[in-house]
Design a protein around this ligand. Structure first.
Ligand code: GLN
Length: 446
C-alpha cells in the first residue's frame, strides 16, 4: 500500500486519474491486514484498488464528478465495496469520470482533466477514464468502473488494458449512483484477462438490495480459463467492420481473427441488422432513465444547496442550475422530452421497441455461435478538446459498445495491438451469463 501510494504520487503528475486518494484509510486497512496476515487463498487480500467515484464508499467523499455532490460523504458502502472489504482488498482512492457517467472522454468531469496513459494529449476515454488511466499508468493493478453504454470497454480500449462489462444483473448496483438503471453495470479494469476474471468473481452475486440482481450461480471465472478456443464458433458482425470504422482498427481486428483461426476457432461473418439504431435508441432510453434518476438531486437531500433563494422552487431550480454541468442538463432535457405525454409514443416507446429488435438480433446469433468478436471503438483515443465541442460526434464513439448494454450481454475489451503508438481494443461479446466463454477466449488471445 505504501509503494502504491508513492507510485500514485509520482504518476498523477502525468495522468491525473484520481479525484481523491485515501492515504490514511488505506494505510489503516493495510495495518489491519498486517495484524491478521495475508490470506493465502485469497489473492485480493492486501491489494490496493481504484474505485470509480460513482460507487459509494462509507466515509469517503463520493462525487460522481459533479459539483452537486462535491462534499457528499456516504453513510454506507456499495455492495461491491462490502464484498471487496470482505476479501480484504484496499480502497486506495476514487477515480475521475464524466459527471454522472455521462460522456466518453472524462472531459465532463466538474473537477479535473484526466489524460491517456499512453499520450497525454489524448483523452483516456470515458466515462470511467480515471479507473482506466490509473491501471494503464501502473498506479494500481486493478480498479472498478461502470458501463452504461461502453464506459468500461471504451476507456479500456483507449488505454490498452482489459475491461469487462458483466451481464446485466451479474453485479449488484446497490450503491452505484444511478445513471440509467436498465443499462448500468459495475465491472473490473485490469492489465490481464485472468486478473479480471478474479476480480469479477469477487464482486458478482445476488443481492436483495438490488431487485434487478440475478440469482444466477456465480462460477469461479478463472476455472477452465486456459481451455483454449479450439472448435469455438465465433461470429463477426459485418456492421462492426463497416463504414465509420477506421482502417487501422479494421486491420487490427482482422489480425485478431486470424489469430483465433490459428488457435482452432471457426470464424464466420454474421449480421446484426438493427445495431445501426443503437445510438439513437440508447440516447433516448438512457436520457429518459437519467431524467428520472436525477430528480433526487434537489438541493435538499444531497450535496449542493443554492444560497440566497426566495422560496422552495427557487432552491430546486438554483441548486440544480448551479450543481449540474451542461451535458447532464442536456440529457435531463432530452429525457424529460422523450417521456412527455405528447412525445412518449414517438420517442420512448419507439426506442423500447427497437431495443427488443436489437436483443433479438443477438439472440439469433447466439443460437448458433459461442462468441461475437469486433472492435471496441471506431477509432483509437482522440485528442483532448477534439470531440467535446459536438455532442453527436461524441455520441457516435459508442456505436460498437451500446448494443451490448441494450441487450444486457457481457462484453470485454482487450488489447489487440497499436496504431501510431496508441492501443487498439478488441471487443468480445458473449451470451447472457456466459462470461466464462468470454474469459476463455480472451485468455487464449492475450
Ligand atoms: N459514452 C456513453 C454516454 O455518454 C456511455 C457512458 C457510460 O457507459 N456510462 O452515455
Amino acid at each position: 500500500t505504501k509503494e502504491t501510494l508513492a507510485v500514485i504520487k509520482e504518476r498523477e503528475q502525468k495522468v491525473d486519474a484520481f479525484l481523491s486518494v485515501d492515504e490514511k484509510g488505506a494505510l489503516e486497512q493495510a495495518a489491519e491486514i498486517d495484524k491478521t496476515g495475508i490470506d493465502a487463498d485469497n489473492v485480493l487480500s492486501g491489494i490496493p484498488l481504484g474505485i470509480k467515484d460513482n460507487i459509494v464508499t462509507k466515509g469517503l467523499t463520493t462525487t460522481a464528478a459533479s459539483k452537486i455532490l462535491e462534499n457528499f460523504e456516504p453513510i454506507y458502502d456499495a455492495t461491491v465495496i462490502e464484498k471487496l472489504k470482505a476479501a480484504k482488498a484496499i480502497t486506495i482512492g476514487k477515480t475521475n469520470m464524466d459527471e454522472f457517467a455521462m460522456g466518453g472522454s472524462t472531459e465532463n468531469s466538474a473537477f479535473k482533466l484526466t489524460k491517456n496513459a499512453w499520450d497525454q494529449t489524448k483523452v483516456p476515454g470515458g466515462s470511467s477514464g480515471g479507473s482506466a488511466a490509473a491501471v494503464a499508468a501502473g498506479e494500481v493493478v486493478a480498479s472498478l468502473g461502470s458501463d452504461t453504454g461502453g464506459s468500461i470497454r471504451q476507456p479500456a480500449s483507449f488505454n490498452g488494458i482489459v475491461g469487462v462489462k458483466p451481464t446485466y444483473g451479474r453485479v449488484s448496483r446497490y450503491g452505484l449512483i444511478a445513471f440509467a438503471s436498465s443499462l448500468d453495470q459495475i465491472g473490473p479494469f485490469t492489465r490481464t484477462v485472468k486478473d479480471n476474471a478474479l476480480l469479477l468473481s469477487a464482486i458478482s452475486g445476488a443481492d436483495t438490495r438490488d431487485f434487478t440482481s440475478s440469482k444466477h450461480e456465480v462460477p469461479d471465472f478463472t476455472k477452465g480459463i486456459d481451455g483454449g478456443v479450439k472448435g469455438m464458433h465465433i461470429a463477426v458482425p459485418k456492421e462492426y467492420l463497416g463504414e465509420g470504422v477506421a482502417d487501422d482498427i479494421k486491420k487490427a481486428v482482422k489480425n485478431a481473427i486470424s489469430v483465433f483461426e490459428k488457435l482452432g476457432a471457426i470464424v464466420d461473418e454474421v449480421s446484426l441488422p438493427h445495431s445501426k439504431y443503437g445510438v439513437p435508441v440508447y440516447y433516448i432510453i438512457a436520457s429518459s432513465e437519467a431524467s428520472s434518476n436525477l430528480q433526487r438531486f434537489d438541493g435538499i437531500r444531497y450535496g449542493h444547496r443554492a444560497q440566497a433563494v426566495k422560496n422552495l422552487e427557487d432552491v430546486y431550480v438554483k441548486s440544480r442550475s448551479e450543481g449540474f454541468g451542461d451535458e447532464v442538463k442536456r440529457r435531463i432535457m432530452l429525457g424529460t422530452f422523450s417521456l412527455s405525454a405528447g412525445t412518449y409514443d414517438a420517442f420512448f416507446k419507439k426506442a423500447a421497441q427497437v431495443r427488443t429488435l436489437i436483443c433479438q438480433d443477438f439472440a439469433r446469433v447466439f443460437a448458433k455461435y459461442d462468441l461475437i468478436l469486433g472492435p471496441t471503438t471506431p477509432t483509437t483515443a482522440f485528442g483532448i478538446g477534439e470531440d467535446i465541442k459536438d455532442p453527436v460526434t461524441m455520441y457516435m464513439n459508442d456505436i460498437l459498445t451500446i448494443p451490448v448494454n441494450l441487450a444486457g450481454l457481457p462484453g470485454m475489451s482487450l488489447p489487440a495491438g497499436y496504431s501510431k503508438g496508441l492501443p487498439v481494443g478488441l471487443q468480445l461479446i458473449a451470451n447472457q451469463f456466459d462470461e466464462t466463454t468470454m474469459y476463455r477466449a480472451g485468455y487464449a488471445f492475450e
